[in-house]
Design a protein around this ligand. Structure first.
Ligand SMILES: [Zn+2]
Length: 305
């Protein structure tokens, strides 16, 4: 879509990372701007995969507690959640979850069925398959508030879920959209362990780590056109992008879009144009030219020919 009315005159927009916020209605066209809609877990995977848009499949770290890894399921719902949820505050160390908390949670879903690791069960090579694995990652800051209690999700469990998602990416040769909060080292180790030596591309979505860690870890393990940094309105603006290769830059809204409500599409497009403007002024570049560079990067990252 030509920007036209905006100050990014003659440029093009694209949204490398957004979400589904509708009720299943709408045609998923999203106003003509190319977008990739990320899944967050068992709750929205089928909805996201059923839209008329490019999409990612994965389990967001905020939803990691709702799945289990491995072939053998948990003995019970209670056994699963007592293993993966860690009580915080006054109840830290408590071993038994209140029944009200258990009742509020969904039955844990088998990750190996949601994201099969065998090549014959769903592949990125078909036109209707996912174009990436996302949103996946690790988050040490997130707290779950359930039935007046506060929990965090065991980081070892989050890591096991991420590792499975990355194996799925490697098996199906799909790029990865990665969310990392307060555990850059652990996420980098996990990605390096599973993905190094493959051709899987990694996008650091809303990157909140330091420039130094980016340069000494991420771009070393994932050199050349394997590592991308996606810029949005939030925390990712702390980084100095003059030190990041132009060919690694993407832009995103991270908004929950409802294609049946035009105002959410307009809001998303305005957000993308504003991010391009911000980035262009930081880099001292022409916004229209920059928007075209970023569209090319988007096409390369997502394998769009
Ligand atoms: Zn997101």
């Amino acid at each position: 879509m030509e920007l036209g009315r905006g100050a990014v005159d003659g440029g093009v927009l694209c949204d490398a990372h957004c979400h589904w916020g509708g009720d299943g209605g709408g045609d998923g066209g999203g106003g003509g701007v190319p977008r990739v809609v990320m899944a967050t877990g068992p709750r929205d995977m089928a909805l996201v995969a059923g839209g008329h848009w490019r999409y990612g499949l994965g389990v967001h770290p905020w939803e990691a507690h709702t799945v289990y890894c491995g072939a053998a399921g948990p003995q019970s719902k209670r056994e699963h959640y007592e293993r993966v949820l860690q009580p915080q505050g006054a109840e830290a160390g408590a071993e038994v979850l209140p029944q009200g908390v258990i009742d509020e949670l969904p039955d844990p879903a088998p990750l190996r069925l949601l994201l099969p690791l065998s090549l014959d069960s769903g592949s990125g090579s078909t036109s209707s398959g996912p174009v990436c694995v996302g949103e996946v990652g690790l988050d040490r800051a997130r707290r779950l508030h359930l039935h007046n209690h506060t929990y965090r999700v065991d980081i070892a469990h989050q890591t096991a879920v991420l590792e499975h998602c990355l194996l799925y990416a490697r098996t199906h040769s799909l790029p990865v959209s990665l969310h990392v909060v307060r555990c850059q080292q652990l996420a980098w180790e996990c990605c390096t362990r599973v993905l190094q030596g493959s051709n899987v591309r990694v996008m650091l979505h809303s990157y909140s780590g330091s420039l130094q860690f980016l340069q000494t870890h991420w771009t070393v393990s994932f050199p050349g056109e394997q590592l991308y940094v996606s810029v949005g309105p939030g925390v990712s603006r702390r980084l100095d992008y003059t030190r990041v290769p132009r060919s690694s830059l993407l832009v995103e809204t991270d908004l929950f879009l409802d294609p049946s409500r035009e105002e959410t599409i307009a809001e998303a497009d305005a957000s993308l144009a504003e991010t391009i403007q911000w980035l262009a002024s930081q880099l001292g570049e022409d916004p229209s030219l920059l928007s075209r560079t970023i569209r090319n990067n988007y096409n390369t990252f997502y394998n769009i020919v």
